[in-house]
Design a protein around this ligand. Structure first.
Ligand code: FAD
Ligand code: DLZ
Ligand code: SF4
Length: 511
């Protein structure tokens, strides 16, 4: 018989290892283990979401006629790690073969390699075909290119999957409508309610367990309203297509106080644990365009995130691991400030983004990139600490997607493999794209002094400190031209403001 080990982010009936199952003889193993919940101390809501989704998936498998061995987190026999649980199941069932779909994270791939050597049975690994570009295909695409750029990779996948194409030309004549996707949002904008589901009995049980067992983890458990089944995830996707997709593109980069959901889809947590597949999301959006339900800038923008960015970061991860974890091109060393946990800061933008992250285990892309990430970049925060933070606070975070976004896109720690330049910005950007600055203790228009927006002087301090590493980058020519014209007094003020600010953070003062 075969024992099929399914991990928590593999909740798909189309899993390659499942295709091999003989329902009469084989057993499926799934386990909730402390080692995974604490590998980084995941947000309470993330653990509850995943355990509930795992339990519902196990039920679905049983309904489909599979024999499932499901180990709950509070089972007294639970040894609390993948390796020990697999060993226990192998001793119990004595399989000839353990079947595994390749894990998404490098750390778990290494565990699987050890099992191949140590277990008293065969271990067969199936490639995870739930991504639209395999590691080998990404490698082939990257081969011989001086620079990797998401845009060209994305175009190749548009052609390959025939997405928004008219023959060999992109629908509408352009590949990318980003220029139409940078509108700020007015405060009175009507934003539809996101898809919400009340917790069922399974979720409620899991929430109680997580509250008890992981009480010291970051984040609020309630309110809990995420879907936890494939059916629910499909409804959430349809709800997005019907109510938000039309405005997705226009307001993709906009931020408003008290509006954590904006016109985003909130499906990443479902995609990343297997409840949704990328191609079905893309096809539904494409259909909405052809049916006249949503304009091209929105549909193309949404599809680019999934077909472009999501596949691109997975490709970079597979190609660059394990070395990618240790990269720190800018030699950033500063410790993560306490306000990333507490939200206690006078910087209104950061306060909103941290508070919403704590409440929802979610923040939308521009909050992650241009507020939380931008600060981490221009304040020179240590990549290990920043990565650990992003990995544990978001319900959609798995190392394969979190690490390239943080080390590559946000911190430029890979020296420009993923992105062509650092996404550094001053307060003016945040002011243009949000209404945070209006009620901030700092003045976004002030460049220096105690009342000035810290993003303003930290931005120029970042440029000064990293001159040797960044000034030759053609995409940084503009800021370095401006810097070269900055007089000595202004430079000195920037440096002095930045140092005063860093000292305050280091001494635990609220900034
Ligand atoms: P939407 O804005 O509606 O976008 C649709 C889908 O596109 C998302 O569900 C997601 O699957 C995909 N997508 C969009 N941008 C990216 C991207 N840059 N990389 C990969 N997929 C993308 N995404 C994660 O899934 N997990 C993470 O741990 C994660 N960490 C991030 C850390 C940082 C610093 C940054 C800047 C981005 C990170 N992202 C991560 C990407 C992106 O912010 C989230 O995918 C998105 O905010 C999820 O919300 P949504 O489903 O509403 O996305
Ligand atoms: C993220 C996570 C958590 C918190 N807990 C579990 C768990 O108890 N059991 C499980 O199978 N998976 C869990 N996961 C997801 C895994 O970390 C993820 O599947 C692997 O890291 C992928 O390589
Ligand atoms: Fe953030 Fe500066 Fe605006 Fe305050 S003034 S909200 S710190 S960008």
């Amino acid at each position: 018989m075969n024992l099929i080990f399914i991990f928590g982010d593999q909740l798909s009936l189309s899993l390659p290892s499942l295709a091999e199952v003989n329902k009469a003889d084989d057993v499926i193993l799934m386990c909730e283990v402390r080692a995974e919940a604490t590998a980084v101390k995941h947000h309470k809501k993330k653990i509850a979401f995943l355990f509930s989704a795992m339990r519902h998936f196990a039920d679905e498998l049983m309904r489909e006629g599979y024999d499932v061995c499901y180990v709950k987190i509070d089972d007294p026999e639970n040894t609390q790690s993948f390796a020990a649980e697999l060993k226990r199941a192998v001793n119990r069932y004595r399989p000839q073969n353990v079947l595994i779909t390749e894990p998404s994270e490098h750390r778990v791939r290494e565990l699987v390699k050890a099992w191949q050597e140590n277990l008293d049975c065969d271990v067969t690994i199936f490639p995870d075909d739930r991504f639209l570009c395999s590691a080998a295909d990404f490698q082939a695409w990257a081969e011989g290119r001086k620079q990797l750029r998401m845009e060209y990779f994305y175009r190749s996948l548009r052609r390959k999957y025939d997405v928004l194409m008219e023959g060999d030309k992109p629908v509408g004549g352009a590949w990318n409508y980003d220029k139409q996707n940078r509108s700020p949002a007015k405060e009175k904008l009507s934003i539809p309610k996101p898809y919400m589901e009340a917790p069922d009995a399974v979720t409620q049980d899991v929430m109680d367990l997580v509250a008890e067992l992981f009480s010291d983890h970051f984040g609020d458990m309630e309110p809990f309203h995420y879907a936890v089944t494939r059916q629910g995830a499909l409804e959430a996707l349809d709800h997005f297509i019907e109510t938000r997709l039309a405005n997705f593109g226009t307001y993709q980069d906009a931020m408003l106080s008290g509006q954590p959901w904006m016109f985003h889809s909130h499906i990443s947590l479902y995609l990343n644990c297997g409840l949704l597949g990328p191609l079905e999301c893309i096809r539904k959006a494409e259909l909405a365009y052809h049916a006249g339900q949503a304009p091209l800038n929105s549909v193309e923008g949404f599809i680019r995130q999934i077909l472009g960015w999501r596949e691109y970061v997975k490709g970079i991860y597979d190609m660059k691991m394990p070395g990618y974890v240790a990269e720190n091109y800018l030699e950033a060393k500063r410790a993560l400030p306490e306000f990333y946990w507490s939200g206690q800061t006078q910087m209104n933008c950061l306060k909103h983004c941290v508070t919403e992250t704590r409440e929802n285990a979610y923040a939308h892309h521009i909050q992650r990139l241009m507020v939380l990430g931008n600060f981490a970049l221009i304040a020179g925060l240590n990549p290990d600490e920043v990565n650990a933070w992003y990995h544990l606070v978001y319900a959609d975070a798995y190392e394969w997607v979190e690490l390239p976004n943080v080390s590559g896109m946000v911190l430029f720690a890979d020296g420009g493999v993923l992105a062509s330049k650092p996404y550094a910005a001053s307060g003016a950007y945040i002011n243009r794209m949000s209404n945070y600055c209006g009620s901030c203790s700092y003045k976004v228009s002030a460049k220096n002094g105690p009342k000035a927006c810290p993003f303003n002087y930290l931005y120029w301090n970042f440029m000064i400190e990293n001159h040797d590493k960044l000034s030759a980058n053609p995409r940084m020519a503009m800021p370095y031209r401006t810097l070269s014209k900055m007089d000595q007094a202004k430079r000195a003020a920037v440096i002095s403001d930045a140092h005063r600010f860093f000292k305050k953070i280091e001494s635990g003062e609220i900034v």
